[in-house]
Design a protein around this ligand. Structure first.
Ligand code: UD1
Ligand code: PEP
Length: 453
């Protein structure tokens, strides 16, 4: 990135966690997306279940993947990478218990460690899980996970520094109904049930595309899993599993983010690796707002076709609804729409913190912390939901803003790219949790910025 710094003259003394963006330029060009953060990390955990090594292809170079790799290595998994780093071989032949002090070093770094429970209990009869990280967008309890693990026969002990689990009598199949179709809890049940003795029925399961991809991986390993209608998943436990060879599903959240960036900046972005099927709900909203898109065999093109953007009402939801991770980047485009848009955030209870920075830049966004009454709702109202009302269009002007979380961070980048004038965006390291090489991609799309690595 020295070239970009050089363009602006001498180095300006930024840390690697900061970027200066000169906004008001459309993003145009092509970027590639690789495997989904929300699949690749879980596929890596699934490798623990195999008797033989697994090969995961299309692995994104993001920090959440590196965190999981570190934890797997601590547990004796040998990881080797292809020359271009996107094909990983995970060899679980020598899985062993890690030292608690080493595991503690990963506390607060990601949500994925909770998914080590089932595989480690099967392999070692015990597990220690550090405190979880992930975006601070709500309480994010793990009660569904722990209740399910107990149903399988695990003994769970909460310690000040994490959770200790044992399975004195092994793990057996269970009959589980989730109170809410949680993505993580569904994955917990899948990763635990495949080697449990007997059958498991999971009701009210999440069926996100990344979960279906995880089921495909487990089936390749030898698992017997049936996805039935009405969110029911049926798993017949088997005695052993082998390694898999799998190409991770593309990151639909990154695709939606670049699409939102193209719309907000009046640009034209081709996203290589994007597929239509998993994006259909997003595409409907994108079109209603006034964006246009084309579907190609090798990706999708998203652009602002000119004219005014239109306001929309969105209720975030579990799949196949409008995904919560899509709303934050799209809100920036909605600040440029003619009229009043409303987002009902039904998945998390605190996901509008990023709007403070947008308001500082000139947006008119009012957050209703208790949600808003609405008669014509599609998604059932949840106890802790929130709403945001965005009145537009409002020109944005550059400002100094600080990234609060992963998607909020990407929305800050989009806002800075859309705004007239200069913005300094700090704490951008978080964005690397889920966006591979985003600085390089901004350069490829013609953004005007200064970044000093
Ligand atoms: C790494 C990963 O894949 N992260 C995704 C995953 O997060 P994650 O798996 O953490 O999200 P969940 O689907 O579990 O959470 C959904 C809702 O269920 C609640 N809940 C969840 C578990 C539990 O034990 N108790 C409980 O109350 C949560 O607080 C939240 O309100 O799905 C979310 C919803 O699509 C996405 O936004 C995240 O990007
Ligand atoms: C909420 C997200 O991720 P995580 O669950 O890893 O915090 C996200 O990807 O937007």
């Amino acid at each position: 990135m020295k070239k970009d710094a050089a363009k602006a003259g001498a180095r300006v003394g930024l840390t690697s966690d900061e970027i200066i963006i000169n906004g008001g330029r459309p993003l145009t060009g092509r970027v590639e997306v690789r495997g989904a953060k929300n699949l690749a990390t879980k596929a890596m955990v699934a490798a623990l279940l195999g008797k033989t090594p697994s090969v995961l292809r299309n692995v994104p170079n993001i920090s959440d993947v590196r965190v999981v790799a570190g934890l797997l290595a601590l547990h004796g998994v040998l990881i080797t990478k292809s020359e271009n780093q996107d094909e990983w071989r995970l060899d679980p032949s020598n899985v062993e218990m890690a030292h608690q002090a080493d595991i503690d070093a990963h506390a607060g770094s990601s949500r994925i460690p909770i998914l080590f429970c089932g595989p480690l209990l099967h392999r070692l009869g015990e597990a220690f899980i550090p405190d979880l990280g992930g975006c601070r967008i709500g309480d994010r309890p793990i009660d569904f996970h722990l209740d399910a693990l107990r149903e399988f026969g695990a003994v769970v002990e909460k310690l000040p520094s994490g959770i200790s689990l044992t399975a004195p009598n092994g793990l057996h199949g269970a009959n589980i109904e989730l109170p809410y179709p949680s993505v993580g809890a569904t994955e917990q049940v899948l990763l635990t049930s495949v080697l449990a003795k007997g059958q498991t029925e999971l009701r009210n399961a999440a069926i996100e595309p990344e979960i279906i991809d995880l089921i495909c991986i487990l089936q390749k390993m030898g698992a017997i899993i049936t996805v039935e209608p009405n969110r029911v998943i049926f798993i017949e436990g088997v005695d052993e599993l082998r390694g898999y060879d799998h190409k991770a599903i593309f990151d639909r959240n990154e695709v939606a983010s670049w699409a939102a960036a193209a719309l907000a900046t009046k640009g034209d972005v081709f996203v290589g690796g994007a597929r239509q099927e998993e994006m259909m709900t997003f595409l409907n909203i994108f079109r209603k707002v006034g964006g246009d898109f084309e579907v190609h065999d090798d990706g999708m093109r998203f652009w602002h076709p000119g004219g005014e953007l239109k306001p929309v009402t969105i209720e975030t939801d579990v799949h196949p609804g409008f995904m919560t991770d899509w709303q934050q980047p799209l809100v920036v485009a909605l600040t440029q729409a003619q009229g009043v848009s409303t987002i009902h955030e039904t998945v998390y209870e605190n996901r509008f913190g990023f709007t403070d920075a947008l308001n500082k830049m000139g947006a008119n966004i009012v957050v209703h912390p208790e949600g808003l009454a609405a008669d014509d709702r599609r998604v059932k109202r949840r106890e802790f939901e929130q709403a945001a009302v965005i009145s537009g269009p409002t020109p944005l002007t550059g400002a100094d803003i600080e990234v609060p979380d992963l998607r909020g961070g990407f929305s800050h980048l989009i806002a800075a790219l859309t705004a007239e004038g200069q913005s300094k965006v700090t704490n951008i390291g978080i964005i690397s949790r889920g966006y591979e090489n985003f600085i390089e991609k901004l350069r490829l799309l013609g953004a005007d910025f200064v970044y000093e690595s």
